[in-house]
Design a protein around this ligand. Structure first.
Ligand SMILES: [Zn+2]
Length: 233
């Protein structure tokens, strides 16, 4: 047991923390989610399924090697709240914890075995300053901890501060994101010949991931797989 986790357990004795999904008090050794909520997470198992519905979302749009999401996000589910808290309630630890769950699955999935780098979808610098962190990067950190694959955060960035994506049609969303990502000068060398895992929090229309993947494939000869925490159901 690491010193940091002993310290965390000690803190939990004084300030007990609760499950972010159901609100029950967490016991020693539990982080972010209680054992029951962790067990009941509606996993997709798409990482084991070639041609799964998440992969199909990208067909005819951008070539991806594999794509999957960890769990289904139904309307009003307690797991939907988790993602909202990750983004808007200053709870980056939710991203790391769920990223680790996703990473544990990917570590055992043959199709993801040759992934070499994990790249989180970048936020615009202005939005990241406002939020204090990039939620996709927190998820990517969790995946990296579970799989042992290194994180790469210096290759792609958002060059345009786009307005919020909600309440837009698929076409409007695409025109809103098509040119917002750009590669940094060292990206071509770093990415050449590599299999990249592109990471985001939620998959809805897929247009943000598509735009980022298109920018990366345009600028470097790499292969891209995609993993998100949740997929809308
Ligand atoms: Zn719970």
């Amino acid at each position: 047991m690491k010193v940091a986790s002993i310290f965390q357990d000690f803190l939990n004795l004084i300030y007990p923390s609760c499950c972010e999904a159901c609100g029950m008090l967490l016991v020693v050794g539990e982080r972010v989610l209680c054992t029951s909520c962790r067990y009941k997470l509606p996993r997709t198992n798409y990482w084991l399924q070639k041609g799964n519905p998440v992969e199909q979302m990208f067909w005819g749009r951008v070539p991806v090697v594999n794509a999957c999401s960890l769990f289904f996000m139904g309307k009003g589910s307690s797991y939907r709240k988790l993602l909202h808290k990750l983004k808007y309630s200053n709870k980056p630890q939710i991203g790391v914890a769920l990223g680790r769950l996703l990473g544990n699955e990917l570590a055992r999935a043959a199709d993801y075995a040759d992934v070499e780098f994990i790249v989180p979808i970048p936020l615009h610098a202005k939005r990241q300053r406002k939020r204090g962190y990039n939620q996709s990067e927190k998820i990517a950190i969790g995946i990296s901890q579970a799989t042992g694959k290194p994180l790469l955060t210096s290759v792609v960035f958002r060059q345009r501060y786009n307005e919020t994506q909600t309440k837009k049609t698929r076409e409007e969303r695409w025109s809103n994101v098509s040119d917002i990502f750009a590669l940094r000068p060292n990206a071509e060398t770093l990415l050449a010949g590599k299999h990249i895992l592109l990471v985001d929090d939620v998959l809805t229309t897929g247009s943000t991931i598509e735009a980022c993947a298109v920018a990366m494939l345009k600028g470097a000869s790499c292969r891209i797989s995609v993993a998100t925490l949740a997929v809308a159901k």
